[in-house]
Design a protein around this ligand. Sequence first.
Ligand SMILES: [Zn+2]
Length: 85
Amino acid sequence: MTTPRTLANRSRYRGGVTTRYRCAACGNLTRFDVVETTTVRSFYHFTVGGDLTVEEADVVATTVESVTCRWCGHGRDVEEIAETA
Ligand SMILES: [Zn+2]
């Protein structure tokens, strides 16, 4: 028998898009404070006893609210890097 707890550990967010950022002011490529809203659809699996396992978490939508450079303390010069696949 598989316990609900181990199943829960297998559920993960799947980030669909990877966007990179660059701060034009200081050249920072690696440290940003990103505020984002993520909408997730999940399968809630309750046991009869009321224990909950959340499975199949799917990111339906992600909206980036703001990106702030860690070093400059503001996001005025932060730009997205276009990924060339
Ligand atoms: Zn910066």
